[in-house]
Design a protein around this ligand. Structure first.
Ligand code: NAP
Length: 360
């Protein structure tokens, strides 16, 4: 089973992560790399130059790829690949138009961008949480007038620190969630070299992040009705999102109020034994364990635990009773792996395995 894929925004931080993950992927063969008109026509190595931002070196096999223009060369790109991954830094309305354009060229889009996240017939899928949302795809194709083209999106990276832990607890009736996230600088596409102000500093504002952290979980927990994903309306979220001097890995401090309060041991059992359709499929990018609970008081730690299971597991710890809410805990996930490129690759694997994406 081999699918030809394109990476749109290949020169960016998330794009670079995609290339590392796809270099030896068993199902996905990278055929096309694209970025802005500034990079088009250059080799990948020339276009990225000093902008390579990951600790692992640039994969040899992509250095000589000649970049295409993500907007001007859609016809050509869509003809060459079975689907594209997309992570671009453009205005929201431009991204929305770009992604719809690929879909209308019969090229499925697996997106890391936020532009289409709240469109009611665009599934926002974390395979271990809401794989059934893929069932909305036929409705979206009908709206777009396509046979194989559609858009599926990843949720915001901050959500991976708390939403996965809440999924097995929904049976107790989640009423309110308060979360403070401590987010790595790679979430802004930056390193300490490109953002020296972040050394020895904390910035208590990340534009747009708190809104996404409060709204997107409701869509992930929503259900399909009449051709739309209807967000959950029984629970509410409040968030403060803070930028901290960490390269990779977001952490969340989470407080939860339930309608029916579960015992601490029950929660631990549910976390430790959690599985769903996607975890049982054992996809190439699936972590060995989706939710990993640490009993030590000083874990999880970003530096120690972000790379567990190739950066795809969600690390939890410090679960205890709270005096104002019912429980509190800490969650941590790698923001550009589980939270961005890795999560998108896993979603694509799920959609391919289920036949939503077929090779041409
Ligand atoms: P980035 O490092 O700034 O990279 C931006 C990419 O977009 C580059 O490949 C750039 O190409 C391309 N681009 C810019 N303008 C373009 C245009 N007009 N047409 C086509 N391509 C264009 O950004 P990033 O951190 O990778 O983030 C990319 C997207 O992923 C954003 O929407 C972001 O919100 C989302 N995201 C990021 C993270 C994270 O942890 N970093 C997590 C989740 C989601 P050139 O090199 O040619 O300029």
């Amino acid at each position: 089973m081999k699918y030809n894929v394109g990476v749109i925004g290949a020169t960016g931080m998330v794009g670079q992560r995609f290339l590392l993950l796809l270099e030896n992927h068993p199902w996905f063969n990278v055929k096309v790399l694209a970025a802005s008109g500034r990079s088009a026509g250059k080799t990948y190595e020339e276009a990225v130059g000093e902008r390579w931002r990951l600790a692992a070196p640039m994969p040899e096999k992509f250095k000589s790829f000649v970049l295409k223009d993500a907007t001007e060369d859609i016809d050509e790109i869509a003809g060459e690949v079975d689907f594209v991954f997309c992570a671009v830094d453009m205005k929201k309305d431009e991204i929305r138009a770009l992604e719809e354009n690929y879909a209308k060229h019969e090229c499925p889009v697996i997106s890391n961008n936020s532009a289409n996240r709240l469109v009611p017939d665009v599934p926002m899928i974390v395979p271990e949480i809401n794989p059934e949302h893929a069932e909305i795809i036929p409705f979206q194709k009908k709206r777009l007038g396509t046979k194989r083209g559609f858009i599926a999106v990843k949720s915001n990276c901050s959500l991976q620190t708390y939403v996965p832990a809440l999924q097995p607890l929904r049976r107790f009736g989640i009423d309110k969630v308060l979360v403070c996230t401590y987010q790595a600088i790679s979430g802004a596409g930056k390193t300490f070299a490109s953002w020296p102000e972040m050394v020895d500093n904390v910035i208590p504002y990340i534009g747009g992040e708190e809104e996404k952290s409060e709204i997107e979980p409701l869509k992930l927990f929503g259900s399909i009705r009449d051709g739309a994903i209807v967000p959950d309306s029984d629970m509410s979220f409040t968030a403060q999102c803070i930028r901290v001097p960490v390269t990779d890995g977001h952490m969340g401090a989470v407080f939860v109020k339930f309608r029916e309060v579960p015992e601490i041991d029950t929660i631990l059992e549910l976390w430790n034994n959690y599985e769903n359709e996607a975890t049982r499929m054992d996809l190439p990018s699936s972590p060995e364990k989706f939710l990993r609970y640490f009993t030590e008081d000083n874990r999880p730690q970003t530096k120690l635990d972000r790379d567990n299971d190739r950066g795809m597991s969600v690390s939890l710890g410090r679960l205890r009773k709270d005096t104002q809410y019912d429980i509190k805990f800490v969650g941590m996930a790698h923001n550009t792996l589980r939270g961005a490129a890795g999560g998108a690759v896993l979603m694509a694997e799920y959609l391919c395995a289920k036949g939503y994406i077929e090779s041409k």
